[in-house]
Design a protein around this ligand. Structure first.
Ligand SMILES: Cc1cc2nc3c(=O)[nH]c(=O)nc-3n(C[C@H](O)[C@H](O)[C@H](O)COP(=O)(O)OP(=O)(O)OC[C@H]3O[C@@H](n4cnc5c(N)ncnc54)[C@H](O)[C@@H]3O)c2cc1C
Length: 397
């Protein structure tokens, strides 16, 4: 299921691994080895995508900006939390030589680059136009082999999945297990991969609710600064990751800079943080207000309060209770026998608003699981794959 129309086509454009952020939380819940893997999968995703883009000279086609991410600390608590994650990740042996801590004075001094008055940490990072990345990957996959037949069917939702045995249409291949029902007809197949993100529970009803994948609406604006070349072109995040922004590459340097800004869900605190919102055809005016006011406060004089966004949109993310995705064979945790009942169905979904540095590697892992199953081989996790992502980890132990 291609993701150009889903969250991937609608997010801000991060391609940045959390260098150390979240390490302590991961270690506390899953242990040191899994915490290391939890960060390794992000670095793996980023480096693999960059490798593809460089090998195929596609950097400009996706508006790739390499060079870093600046994390601004609005409060001493945010700074302290990141410092503790940094120290623990370093102690666990993660190489953080490319991380640079900046005092408030250093940030102020580099005013052309940052133009803000907060302490910060700078980590390796990139941003790009995600929908363009999907197009590049699709074209590469399509031309990868004469033996591969690949096509996208847009506006063709799968409305239900039924076992072939129960209603096999005349002439269908009896070796196939599943029928995908769509408004344009049926498709029979042996394997199904649920990469349906925030909408997963439509086809897998047991995934509805807090123990499954909760659709969550995110919102973005594209706004213009009041002068050209106001910010470093790498990405920024702040406010514990709630807000993030990317000045986009300009065709003409004399143009005022266009900046993509996302976040603002905290405006709905107490009213659900946009959880269980599935409609990406509308924007939330309360979130708009936070996004509009954000840059003028952080970069005084460079953005105007009165400037209306040039574009604004929403997209639906898939949140999980653990904040970690579900990857592997489909199994209902409250019914172990469902493992057999869903045979041939797999899932890779629930990235909790942090799929850009994870979805690609999870897709590789699950594709290898399916390939191993076809060949009758045993799949084993690559060293960068966190085993706590596995759907089968707890259920079938
Ligand atoms: C506004 C916003 C901001 C975000 N910010 C960040 C960020 O800062 N950092 C980060 O890492 N990530 C961020 N994300 C999340 C990131 O975009 C997602 O984690 C990632 O794109 C998920 O990819 P996916 O392929 O799993 O899902 P999607 O890209 O959502 O793709 C799912 C696809 O499944 C299709 N589908 C669903 N149901 C069916 C069905 N029944 N039949 C057929 N097709 C179906 C959909 O149409 C869609 O094409 C953000 C997302 C949004 C929307």
């Amino acid at each position: 299921m291609p993701s150009g129309s889903g969250a991937t086509g609608r997010n801000g454009g991060h391609l940045t691994a959390h260098a150390f952020r979240g390490y302590n939380w991961l270690e506390k819940i899953y242990g040191e080895e899994e915490a290391i893997r939890g960060l390794a999968i992000e670095r793996y995703t980023v480096s693999e995508i960059l490798k593809i883009l460089h090998e195929h000279h596609s950097e400009a086609r996706v508006d790739l900006v390499e060079g870093g991410r600046t994390v601004l600390f609005f409060t001493p608590e945010e700074y302290e939390k990141d410092k503790q994650d940094y120290a623990a990740a370093k102690a666990a042996g993660i190489n953080l030589d490319d991380v640079e801590w900046l005092s408030k004075e250093e940030v102020e001094k580099a005013s052309a680059k940052y133009g803000a008055s907060y302490s910060a940490v700078r980590i390796p990072g990139n941003n790009l136009w995600p929908l363009k990345l999907v197009s590049v990957l699709y074209n590469l996959a399509q031309n990868a082999s004469d033996r591969l037949s690949l096509s996208i069917h847009t506006k063709t939702p799968v409305t239900s999945i039924t076992p072939v045995t129960s209603i096999a249409p005349a002439g269908s291949d009896s070796s196939r297990r599943w029928i995908l029902n769509t408004p344009r007809g049926q498709i029979s197949c042996s394997y199904v991969l649920h990469a349906t993100n925030g909408y997963t529970s439509h086809l897998l009803p047991f995934m509805h609710g807090p123990n499954g994948i909760v659709p969550t609406r995110g919102q973005i604006i594209a706004t213009r600064a009041n002068t050209p070349a106001v910010l470093d072109h790498s990405g920024f995040i702040a406010n514990e990751g709630f807000e993030y922004w990317f000045p986009r590459p300009q065709k003409d340097d004399s143009e005022n800079e266009l900046v993509i800004v996302g976040g603002g869900r905290e405006a709905t605190e107490g009213r659900g943080y946009e959880f269980y919102e599935v409609d990406d055809s509308v924007i939330n005016p309360e979130v708009s207000e936070v996004l509009k006011r954000f840059l003028p406060v952080v970069f005084p004089g460079k953005f105007d309060n009165e400037t209306e966004p040039e574009m604004e949109w929403t997209g639906i993310m898939g949140y999980t209770k653990s904040r970690e995705p579900f990857v592997g064979p489909v199994v209902n945790p409250s019914d172990k026998s469902s493992f057999e009942a869903y045979r041939g169905q797999y899932i890779s979904a629930g990235y909790t608003g942090h799929g850009m540095p994870r979805a690609f590697a999870c897709a590789e892992a699950v594709a290898r699981m399916i390939a191993a199953d076809i060949k009758g081989e045993k799949w084993s996790a690559p060293e960068w794959f966190p085993e706590h992502y596995l759907t089968t980890k707890e259920v079938l132990k």
